[in-house]
Design a protein around this ligand. Structure first.
Ligand code: ADP
Length: 561
């Protein structure tokens, strides 16, 4: 990024040079104007109090010289290359002032020497300060020496104190100008830094704009008062597509995930984000039922200043219409296909059971029919799962509870799984409490334990083991199914109970499955007021734990979320 940033020093070269030039010219002209103004005032006073001074040619010529020098200062283009020639101005001013002093010593014009001395000390640093004081002193003393006047106590002020005053002034001016020079330099550097930071910030802002407008998801940002400060093209487009008024920043009416119930003003995702809430993937529909619609998944994040003060936030909207429609289509398909399959399958199983009981069968034929019956039963199980899942989304899973012994249910489930476990070379162990009685739906609890056991067999390694433990205390009845199988990675664990989810290894293996069993099992556990959880380690194995309340208070309205 630094490479693409315009080089700030070169960008500054021209304006700085221009500023330097004008500052120099201003300083030269101002200094000379100051001297000529002082001399003008002096000339007026002299004209009043001692007009005869103008008859002294040296006095008049020197006075004139100062005004000529002022004219030169005004006319010359003082660029940095001519800077050193400008030194001639204060030097000649010194000569002129001392010339006037020579012509009219009583007028005290020598005091005006302070002006060119200050000028030189300020503009030509140490060398300027020393030269100005040295030149003034030398000229003062030279004239005295040429005239052959001895230094008297009366003249002490002019010959000694004046040069000392000039030296003091030159030193202070030099020190002050040095300090202000370094402050100016500091300021210049700081302003260069600010300038380059500004350039970078603008560049990043442009980049952010480009990115935000290129992405397909909608973005709306708002400040701490809830006023929208930014919205990208995708969001504006979605507003236009659904007929939102021109100035709108959010969809005027949005529907809950059922697509029918309207969100009210306080519970709609944008309002919740403005109220300071952070959330993930809240689904809403826009467009009235029966008309063209789209579904969005909203995620909100709060933004804060560097000191942590809340400073608004941002809502990101992802169009999930296609995904939701695909899920709905899949559920509809699963529902209708499984419904259509159940009836013929039940009939096949019935006839196979009748056929197996026929006395005329050879052992070989009976064995083949038994295999067919077993596989048909399995198929019916899968179809039942599918059908249940398709209908469960409406919350139609219901319980028929009675007093039931979970340890006994587990024992029966282990017995049924014995054969398939042996076929895979697995050892089945049990640790069952004598009784673990609670109020539950025995059919559904058995369904859960069967599912956990089937999985423990399916996703185990040859020669592994499965342990089923039932533990009961006053408050809970717990069923643990532990296997020594492939295990589940932490990433997959988060989705294990999602409908139709299967781990990558399960999908790529020949193991048959729909990814529905665990989701249904968890719903059954929740309906009982309990839970189904899992701990697992890849390559070591998994433990699924079904927890049921021992004195259950079953929910009045079953919910199967
Ligand atoms: P299915 O077994 O029909 O695929 P489930 O809902 O019972 O569906 O299981 C979902 C997924 O969880 C399985 O596909 C499998 O990837 C993983 N899984 C379930 N039980 C186990 C287990 N005991 N060990 C390892 N993975 C498991």
């Amino acid at each position: 990024m630094d490479r693409t940033t315009p080089n700030p020093p070169s960008a500054r070269t021209t304006p700085t040079a221009r500023q330097g030039k004008s500052r120099l010219a201003r300083s030269i002209v101002n200094s000379q104007l100051l001297i000529s103004a002082a001399l003008l005032a002096f000339a007026v006073v002299v004209f009043v109090v001692r007009p005869s001074a103008y008859q002294v040619p040296l006095f008049f010529a020197c006075l004139l010289l100062v005004f000529i020098l002022t004219g030169v200062a005004l006319l010359v283009d003082w660029n940095p290359r001519r800077k050193r020639w400008a030194v001639a101005l204060p030097v000649l001013d010194i000569f002129a002032i001392l010339g006037m002093r020579e012509a009219e010593p009583q007028l005290g014009v020598g005091l005006l020497l302070v002006l060119p001395v200050i000028w030189m000390a300020r503009n030509y640093r140490l060398s300027g300060a020393i030269s100005a004081v040295a030149l003034s002193t030398a000229l003062l003393w030279t004239s005295r020496i040429i005239k052959g006047d001895p230094l008297s106590i009366l003249d002490f002020g002019a010959q000694v104190l004046l040069p000392m005053t000039l030296a003091f002034l030159a030193t202070t001016t030099y020190a002050t100008s040095r300090r202000s020079q370094s402050q100016r330099e500091l300021l210049r550097q700081q302003s260069a830094l600010v300038e380059s930071a500004l350039v970078r910030a603008r560049k990043q802002e442009r980049l952010l704009d480009e990115v935000l407008n290129a992405v397909e998801f909608g973005v709306v940002a708002f400040d701490r008062h809830g006023v929208a400060t930014l919205q990208n093209n995708a969001h504006q487009q979605s507003l236009r597509d659904f007929g939102a008024p021109r100035a709108a920043v959010i969809h005027p009416s949005i529907y809950q995930p059922d697509g029918i119930t309207l969100y009210d003003d306080t519970t709609r995702p944008y309002a919740r984000a403005v109220a300071g809430e952070e959330f993930e993937n809240i689904v809403f529909w826009v467009g009235a039922p029966g008309e063209e619609r789209a579904a969005f998944s909203a995620t909100s994040r709060q933004v804060s200043t560097v000191d942590g003060t809340p400073d608004g936030g941002v809502v990101v909207l992802r169009d999930v219409t296609t995904e939701l429609e695909a899920v709905r289509a899949r559920e509809n398909l699963a529902s209708s296909v499984s419904h259509e399959l159940r009836t013929p399958l039940t009939s096949i199983i019935g006839f196979l059971e009748l056929a197996v009981d026929s006395p005329e069968l050879t052992d070989e034929t009976r064995r083949m029919l038994e295999i067919a019956a077993r596989n048909s039963e399995r198929m019916l199980g899968l179809v039942t799962d599918l059908l249940q899942t398709a209908s469960d989304k409406d919350g139609s899973l219901t319980l028929s509870t009675s007093r039931c012994d979970i340890a006994e249910l587990a024992r029966q489930a282990v017995e049924s799984a014995q054969l398939s476990a042996e076929q895979r070379g697995l050892t089945l162990k049990t640790m069952l409490d004598q009784t673990a009685v609670t109020a539950a739906d025995p059919f559904r609890v058995r369904q859960v334990i069967d599912n956990l056991l089937n999985n423990a067999v399916k996703y185990n390694r040859t020669g592994g083991s499965i342990t089923v433990a039932v533990l009961a205390d006053e408050t809970t009845v717990r069923v643990d199914v532990t296997d020594t199988g492939v295990g589940v990675s932490p990433d997959d664990l988060a989705h294990l109970f999602d409908r139709f989810f299967r781990t990558g290894s399960a999908r790529s293996s020949a193991i048959v499955g729909t990814g529905l069993g665990l989701g249904i099992s968890r719903d059954i556990a929740k309906l009982h007021g309990g839970s189904l959880s899992v701990t697992s380690e890849v390559g070591v194995g998994s433990t699924f734990s079904l927890l049921l309340p021992a004195t259950p208070e079953l929910p009045a309205t079953p919910e199967a979320s």
